[in-house]
Design a protein around this ligand. Structure first.
Ligand SMILES: CC(=O)SCCNC(=O)CCNC(=O)[C@H](O)C(C)(C)COP(=O)(O)OP(=O)(O)OC[C@H]1O[C@@H](n2cnc3c(N)ncnc32)[C@H](O)[C@@H]1OP(=O)(O)O
Ligand SMILES: N[C@@H](CCO)C(=O)O
Length: 354
């Protein structure tokens, strides 16, 4: 892929990070990838915020959205994506070795919030020479970060695109997170979060992913794809599919990090400590495009339109677009052509190139 020729992988170590809770993390690693070149004024940067089990390799998982002459055109923009704080793909998280004890943090890893993630990204961007963000964009947990960015650092963000996301995590999303959390913590191998060095809560974690996958897809997709078809072992194909996805996540992700990120999502509320949602949204100076997905049953289209209305009500320059898809919540990762078109036309509109 051509974009990867200009891909740079990096890691910054920050000596000390003070979290929203007051807890202090030392020697914090922030893993990132960049594509394209930063201009002299540091103003052509695009920050891509990844979703729950994503990573910094945005040009791979958003192939078709990021690249030369793509919506996030790496010949024009300096595109950055970093693995979030609390993650397990290069940045500091529960599986990392605590420099003070020489052992993995496990249960002693502090509570991390979406705001903490954003503050760390801000420090990273400053170290990279970025003076303002032309755009911050992300889907799902990435969208929580994107809107948090626009509220937390209004003078730093010019444009913002949250996709299939929220300004305050909904009761439904908290409910699913709770079920997934229970699946992990009820596995005896969870051991309170201190399982590193052993197999860990593989059964519970796989069950959590099964629950997640049900929320990330739609009735129509499952019905069309699997219906009542059975697998050679006599179970339904949908069961086989969920089992596959459960195992796949166990193989590539850390359960402790997963729970850390679920907790961060649950706590997400841009109005917290800011006089409520409307007062927080009024701080936004960026132009915002809020994007929903018609078949999303986790971050429903109705919720997405309400988020847009809340922005409008707060006087934010904003617009709304909707991805049409049978894929449900994950459509922002699957319908890349449609996502790219929505992003591209927004950027052309705000940049006055059409
Ligand atoms: C695309 C990337 O690069 S992802 C890397 C970065 N990761 C992320 O960003 C995390 C978020 N990513 C994701 O959630 C997903 O990867 C998505 C949404 C992007 C794509 O979803 P997919 O899992 O590829 O799509 P889908 O629902 O079609 O599942 C396909 C998988 O199910 C398997 N499958 C399909 N039907 C069945 C069945 N009946 N029984 C068992 N397995 C089945 C396929 O073999 C395939 O397996 P594979 O992924 O090991 O090749
Ligand atoms: N399926 C994606 C999005 C979840 O919101 C992930 O695992 O990151």
């Amino acid at each position: 892929m051509k974009v990867l020729e200009k891909c740079r992988t990096g890691k910054r170590v920050l000596p000390e990070v003070v979290l929203e809770s007051g807890a202090v993390l030392r020697e914090v690693e922030a893993a990132y990838e960049t594509y394209g070149e930063l201009n002299e004024t540091g103003t052509n940067a695009v920050l891509v915020c990844h979703a729950l089990t994503g990573d910094a390799q945005a040009a791979a998982w958003w192939n078709g959205v990021i690249g030369p002459k793509q919506a996030l055109d790496t010949e024009r923009y300096f595109v950055i994506c970093s693995n979030v704080l609390g993650g397990c793909v290069g940045s500091t998280g529960p599986q990392s070795v605590n420099p003070e004890t020489g052992r993995p943090y496990g249960s002693s890893f502090p509570v991390v919030t979406i705001r903490d993630m954003v503050h760390l990204q801000h420090r990273l961007l400053q170290e990279l020479g970025v003076s303002e963000l032309h755009l911050v964009i992300g889907g799902s947990m990435g969208g929580l970060q994107a809107i948090e960015w626009a509220v937390t650092y209004p003078s730093f963000v010019r444009h913002c695109i949250p996709i299939a996301s929220a300004q305050q995590l909904s009761a439904l999303a908290i409910a699913y997170n709770d079920a997934m959390r229970s699946a992990v913590t009820n596995d005896p191998a969870w051991n309170g979060g201190d399982y590193y060095g052993g197999a860990g809560p593989v059964q519970g974690f796989a069950l959590a992913r099964k629950i997640g996958m049900i929320t990330y897809r739609s009735f129509e997709l499952f019905q069309d794809r699997f219906g009542r078809e059975t697998a050679p072992n006599g179970t339904f194909q949908i069961q086989s599919y969920l089992a596959h996805h459960g195992q796949k996540l166990v193989n590539r992700f850390d359960a402790g990090s997963y729970l850390c990120l679920l907790n961060a999502m649950d706590g997400h509320d841009v109005g917290r400590g800011r006089g409520g949602l409307q007062a927080a949204l009024r701080q936004i100076t960026a132009r915002v495009l809020w994007v929903g997905i018609d078949s999303d049953r986790l971050y429903t289209a109705a919720e997405q339109r309400a988020c847009y209305e809340a922005l409008k009500g707060a006087g934010v320059k904003c617009s709304y677009a909707e991805i049409q898809s049978v894929h449900g919540h994950d459509a922002f990762l699957i319908e890349r052509e449609q996502t790219a078109e929505i992003v591209k036309s927004f950027l052309q509109r705000v940049e006055g190139t059409v």
